[in-house]
Design a protein around this ligand. Structure first.
Ligand SMILES: [Zn+2]
Length: 294
């Protein structure tokens, strides 16, 4: 099972600039009781439909080999994951987690900025591989406190076409495949550190506080080093692009509620007796870092 989220709801509900939309934001609208219910429901529903239809991996392999699409995807504890069976001569079960959070928005903006998107794509894959190398021992050690002989799976970065990706931005993630014919139980395909790797991409569990390489400055620096021209706002810190065709030449970030609007201190909205509106109601544009601008 993935690690439990911190119980501090306030901390979880606080919107983190640069954080992509997640289940937690939906939870803003729920009270604590509904929240607990949602969590219990989340836990119960993991794989349930999937495993009801395919009680054992062999059943799923048979279905996949006869052309059926055998796939589960969803969010567990806020982390975006997929489980699927790929048929063929050597069928495999794939356990995948997807890039998310600040790294995803920074990668997307960097990819949109790039002159050479193939090079940017390679850079994002390298970044994912490096981050996994950094995180894997930490995730493994956590699970070893309860399972001393545990070894975390080695994951491989991947990208794939995403039908709804912005301007063709691919879907990125990390995955492991298990030769399906060797499996007797689904549990053999549920590596807990792999699941927890999905949580690394969100800020909920505080891995970014525990692992310095996951800090925002460090992520931006690593992307840049790997040839991804990731640019941030010097004022509010969100990743930026001015190459989205709907916002041509305007610096924006792929988080709908932020977009082109730089975050300003909330007292700018305190009108303090002003009848209509003040000049600050027009907001401020983002201010890109200049290091990578040409
Ligand atoms: Zn800004």
């Amino acid at each position: 099972m993935p690690k439990k989220r911190k119980k501090d709801r306030k901390a979880r509900k606080r919107r983190v600039p640069g954080q992509a939309g997640t289940v937690a934001e939906v939870e803003d609208f729920l009270d604590d009781e509904e929240c607990e219910e949602l969590e219990a429901h989340e836990d119960r529903d993991i794989f349930r439909q999937f495993t009801q239809v395919y009680p054992a991996p062999a059943d799923a392999v048979q279905a996949a080999c006869s052309g059926e699409q055998v796939e589960w995807h969803g969010r567990v504890e806020g982390g975006l994951m997929r489980h699927r069976v790929l048929g063929g001569d050597n069928p495999v079960v794939e356990q995948a987690v997807f890039m998310d959070g600040f790294l995803a928005s920074a990668s997307c903006c960097g990819w949109l900025q790039a002159q050479d998107t193939a090079k940017a794509e390679r850079g994002i894959l390298t970044t994912l591989a490096e981050l996994h190398e950094v995180c894997r021992p930490v995730l493994e050690a956590e699970i070893r406190t309860i399972r001393p002989d545990y070894r975390a799976q080695e994951l491989h970065p991947f990208s794939e076409e995403a039908g709804d990706g912005p301007q063709g931005f691919p879907r990125f993630g990390l995955r492991v495949t298990y030769p399906a014919r060797e499996l007797t139980d689904w549990e053999q395909t549920r590596d807990p550190a792999t699941w927890n790797m999905a949580q690394v991409f969100s800020s909920f569990l505080g891995y970014d506080e525990q692992i310095p390489e996951l800090g925002r400055d460090a992520l931006i620096a690593r992307l840049q080093l790997n040839g991804v021209p990731a640019i941030r706002c010097v004022r509010c810190g969100v990743p930026l692009t001015d190459r989205h065709p709907r916002w041509n030449g305007v610096w924006t970030c792929p988080i709908a509620e932020i977009g082109t609007l730089c975050e300003v201190s909330s007292d700018a909205y305190d009108h303090d007796g002003t009848y209509m509106f003040t000049d600050s109601d027009f907001g401020h544009p983002h201010q890109p870092e200049h290091s990578l601008l040409t």
